[in-house]
Design a protein around this ligand. Structure first.
Ligand code: CTP
Length: 413
């Protein structure tokens, strides 16, 4: 069972009734759930419904006059690992984007500095309005996640984009964003205090000041790993290529980088003598353009057939890590293969002197880029250690740590 805290904020739209199902799903999935509602939302659903579903008093107004029970509302946002706003009205997005705090929900939103997930619901014209789209962009740029809106029948009678997505889809999105600690009786404490360096995301290899070569890595798994390791009490430094994700709370260090060479330098600097583990989850570009043009390249000057010359990037695991590796450092690499997955992963593990390799086939069903779910196989130098089910990346990350801890303890015994 998961044990993360989710604060569900319900704002005033007819989809508020679906938020009741969402609250129930979240509770059934093992999350601790508390609810805050705007005044308008309370006109659609009685706060008592959420109080019964979640077992906690519902935050409705700053002055406590309409509250189901007295509560410390700032404590609600501090308590939350994740805030989910479902349904999120146009008004709510506007307030969140501009920092207006004039009621319970907007005040809690401003007081919360962790991950946010919005499930918008509104009339199609309101959703498409440039003002709403600008607010959405501002929030997304600040790291907020969005699920929906979907298409379908709207309360205003049209059939268009604006419907809040179904509670099951919101639950799946919550699982993507939230930290799921993996502690079990067997390995609890293994990660506590360990210094872990994690790389995540793609690298951007510049061609000229405005163009680059990159890959499709989203960074979600590396970020989920960082969040899970923090939740296990590890001291985590996250080195990240350019991604849209919000850095998890509780990191020891966060180092954003762009190119493979910058990532190589950052890894070298992070591998101090006390580093215990390195997870190379980043999809480092193997090649970079040979020459970086100082000014923007013009197509008329490049002609009809333009070839870009590329040169090999430093192999961080193969060439940089050996120069900075202490005897006790455990190294986990990643292998993404579409053919002969396990054989190639094993070969990479040997060739790059990894202790473990996490193998994954992005074309397999229940896996892959942008997919909510993922499937991995963990190998050590002697062979397969664990093959996961297809599961949300946050859960897999937590389980991976658990498997590594168990394997290490087996090795010592
Ligand atoms: N890696 C690295 N430095 C690079 C490229 C990759 O440290 N310049 C790491 C990745 O972070 C990952 C592992 O090496 O942990 C992947 O191995 P790699 O052989 O580079 O795989 P691909 O980049 O997919 O290359 P290919 O399959 O084409 O050999």
């Amino acid at each position: 069972m998961v044990s993360a805290n989710v604060l569900l904020m319900v704002t005033g739209g007819i989809a508020a009734y679906k938020a009741c199902f969402l609250a129930r799903l979240l509770v059934q999935a093992g999350f601790s759930v508390k609810v805050a509602m705007t005044e308008a939302a309370t006109r659609f659903v009685n706060p008592l419904t959420f109080q019964v579903l979640t077992g906690h008093p519902v935050a409705t107004d700053l002055w406590g006059e309409r509250q189901t029970e007295p509560l410390d509302h700032i404590e609600y946002s501090r308590w939350a690992d994740l805030v989910v706003i479902a349904p999120a009205t146009a008004n709510c997005l506007a307030k969140a984007a501009t920092g207006i705090a004039d009621d319970m929900v907007s005040t809690l939103l401003l007081a919360h500095d962790g991950p946010l997930l919005f499930a918008p619901a509104m009339n199609d014209k309101m959703w498409k309005h440039p003002a709403t789209q600008a607010n959405r962009t501002v929030l997304a740029d600040r790291g907020a996640s969005f699920v929906g809106p979907g298409e379908g029948f709207l309360a205003c009678g049209t059939n268009d984009t604006g419907r809040m997505v179904e509670p099951e889809s919101i639950l799946a999105a919550v699982r993507e964003v939230v930290v799921v600690p993996a502690s079990s009786a067997e390995n609890s404490g293994f990660w506590t205090g360990r210094k872990i360096v994690i790389t995540a995301g793609p690298t951007y290899e510049p061609i000229d000041p405005v163009r680059f070569v990159a890959n499709r890595s989203s960074g979600i798994f590396g970020y989920a790993l960082a969040a899970a390791a923090v939740a296990e009490g590890a001291r985590v430094t996250l080195i990240s290529g350019p991604v849209a994700n919000l850095a998890p709370r509780g990191l020891d260090g966060f180092q954003p980088v762009e190119s493979g060479r910058e990532m190589a330098d950052a890894v070298a600097a992070a591998l101090t003598a006390d580093a215990d583990w390195l997870f190379m989850a980043a999809a480092v570009a193997d090649f970079r353009p040979t020459n970086l043009a100082e000014s923007k390249l013009k197509k008329d000057e490049l002609g009809k057939d333009w070839s870009l010359n590329m040169v090999r990037n430093p192999d961080i695991l193969g060439e940089v890590v050996p120069l900075h590796r202490s005897v006790d450092l455990r190294v986990v690499g990643f292998a993404l293969e579409t053919d002969d997955l396990l054989a190639r992963a094993e070969a990479k593990c040997q060739a790059k002197n990894m202790d473990y390799v996490v193998a994954n086939d992005p074309t397999a069903p229940g896996s892959g880029f942008g997919s909510g779910d993922h499937q991995v196989t963990l190998l050590n130098r002697r062979g397969e250690v664990w093959a996961s089910d297809s599961a949300p990346k946050s859960r897999l990350a937590a389980e991976l740590l658990q498997q590594l801890a168990l394997d290490q303890m087996d090795e010592k015994s």
